[in-house]
Design a protein around this ligand. Structure first.
Ligand SMILES: NC(=O)c1ccc[n+]([C@@H]2O[C@H](COP(=O)([O-])OP(=O)(O)OC[C@H]3O[C@@H](n4cnc5c(N)ncnc54)[C@H](OP(=O)(O)O)[C@@H]3O)[C@@H](O)[C@H]2O)c1
Length: 310
């Protein structure tokens, strides 16, 4: 079975990787913010009406964690109202919805990986909106996959990898938080895993998405802190040959001036939004249901650095 796919957020980290990968699974109509603005219900209705998808993949979201603290209404519109409307419209035409959520639905007060049945308790506005988005989709009762991922980076866009590489060209010392733990996940691996799940479902026929409908954690294996992640980035950066396009984009082609990287506590780096101290997710359900296990975060980072495609 080939899908007809409507993809939102095609310029985002995950969306851009999906736009490159999803055509292997069927026909894809991909939209950026300009073409399909999630804050405009008419755009959502019109795009779904025009494309008549069998699957909607919603890679668009309000993702500015700190800004959400002062733009709560806007974050709710994009992360809750829009996916709720997409779900309703999809249900009317018998389509399924694939949607992404976040490790930030958890408060981070424990130190064992969170499973899908663990109680969420978001501690910032972004996390609250993403959790409410999950609930809104479930409430519509259509075939859906909600894929919770974490600490996303890619070889384009705004992300921790790019921030560290840029700062390494500007500052002699980098001070990075060492008491928040998670699993940095490369956007390409998220797209690949999404594609693998959809391929498996397409091979199982019409009702497969209904049968396996639900919530799945989808993150890199392993865990680390922002500090260790930054160190791993700089180690790989020092071995990167000149001229790799995405690396030049990240550094602006400037040489590194960084001399040391210093671990600091969260309280030494105050931000508008609180972040969970521990948000590692168990991917047990993904493995049990689809036989999928994403590579360890270090291997993913190696692959991202080796990427010639970006
Ligand atoms: N980034 C992370 O660390 C992280 C962690 C956990 C979960 N997630 C989830 O993973 C998914 C993908 O995130 P990502 O990292 O790929 O995010 P991203 O790079 O910030 O991309 C989000 C995309 O959404 C688009 N968008 C924002 N507002 C929109 C609107 N009103 N209408 C249409 N499009 C709009 C953005 O458009 P522009 O390009 O025009 O800005 C951008 O292309 C999201 O559901 C996110 O919540 C992300």
């Amino acid at each position: 079975m080939k899908f007809r796919i409507l993809l939102t957020g095609k310029n985002g980290q995950v969306g851009a990787e999906l736009e490159a990968l999803l055509p292997r699974l069927g026909e894809v109509a991909a939209f950026d913010r300009h073409e399909l603005d999630l804050s405009n219900p008419d755009h959502i209705r019109r795009a779904i009406h025009d494309v008549q998808p069998t699957v909607i993949v919603n890679a668009a979201a309000y993702t500015s964690v700190d800004q959400a603290e002062k733009e709560e209404k806007q974050a709710y519109i994009i992360n809750v109202d829009a996916p709720a409307l997409m779900a309703e419209e999809a249900k009317k035409i018998g389509a399924a919805l694939v949607h992404y959520s976040t490790d930030y639905v958890f408060d981070g007060s424990r130190n064992l990986p969170y499973g899908e049945t663990d109680q969420p308790n978001p501690i910032n506005v972004y996390g609250k909106t993403k959790l409410a988005g999950e609930e809104a989709i479930r409430a519509v009762g259509l075939p859906h996959l909600i894929l919770r991922t974490a600490w996303v980076y890619g070889t384009r866009g705004r992300n921790f990898l790019f921030t560290i590489l840029r700062l390494a060209t500007e500052r002699e010392e980098l001070r990075v938080v060492c008491d928040q733990f998670g699993a940095p996940t490369w956007s390409r691996e998220i797209a690949k895993a999404t594609g693998s799940v959809l391929v498996q479902l397409s091979q199982q026929g019409q009702d497969a998405i209904s049968k396996f409908s639900g919530l799945y954690h989808l993150t890199a294996a392993g865990k680390t802190s922002w500090f260790e992640f930054a160190k791993a980035i700089l180690e790989r950066a020092s071995r990167t040959p000149p001229g790799v396009a995405w690396f030049v984009a990240a550094t602006g082609g400037h040489p590194f001036v960084v001399r040391r990287i210093t671990p600091i506590a969260t309280q030494e780096y105050p931000t508008p939004a609180r972040r969970p101290a521990f948000s590692v997710l168990s991917n047990y359900c993904l493995k049990q249901t689809f036989g999928l296990e994403l590579p360890d975060w270090r291997a993913q980072l190696d692959s991202a650095f080796a990427d010639k495609q970006a």
